[in-house]
Ligand binder design. Structure first.
Ligand code: DQA
Length: 151
């Protein structure tokens, strides 16, 4: 059996990480986050596919592919967290664990960021841990997938 594979999906505006509101999101770029995730994946013995899109339909198409191609999903849906029934539906259609990540503590911010369409579907939610949240999510995902293999 091959290594478990995890799709790490990033939503709109996260391509601007590092230059976008650094007081909220930090100075690291999305490439830095991808490197952090690859380093963690190597250590955890999982494979990752790290992607970002600004387009809702693209994120949904990738989630459809993921139904048959990956073992778990780590997703920062960015603003679509708070707006997209379509992304929540696509995640519901996948019988694989989903972990939701937000770099900032959305609960400390505007009220419109307090609701997530994704949270009811997520196995776990990591907010306000900065980019380390992605590493924490991958660690948790590796634990969940190892349990599945052991069953
Ligand atoms: C975010 C929080 C969202 O409210 C926001 O729209 C983002 C990023 C985060 O990672 O903190 O784009 O998901």
């Amino acid at each position: 059996m091959g290594m478990p594979s995890v799709l790490v999906l990033n939503g709109p505006n996260l391509n601007l990480l590092g230059t976008r509101e650094p007081a909220i999101y930090g100075a690291e770029t999305l490439d830095d986050v991808a490197a952090l995730c690859r380093e963690a994946a190597g250590r955890l013995g999982i494979e990752i596919d790290f992607r970002q899109s600004n387009a809702e339909h693209q994120l949904i198409d990738w989630l459809h592919e993921a139904r048959t191609h990956v073992d778990g999903i780590v997703i920062n849906p960015a603003a679509y967290t708070h707006t997209s029934v379509a992304i929540a539906d696509a995640l519901s259609a996948i019988a694989k664990p989903v972990i939701e990540v937000h770099i900032s503590n959305v609960h400390k911010r505007e009220a419109f960021r307090h609701h997530s369409f994704v949270s009811p579907i997520a196995e776990a939610i990591i907010v306000g841990c900065g980019t380390q949240g992605y590493v924490l999510a991958l660690e948790r995902m590796a634990t969940l997938l190892a349990k599945k293999v052991a069953q």
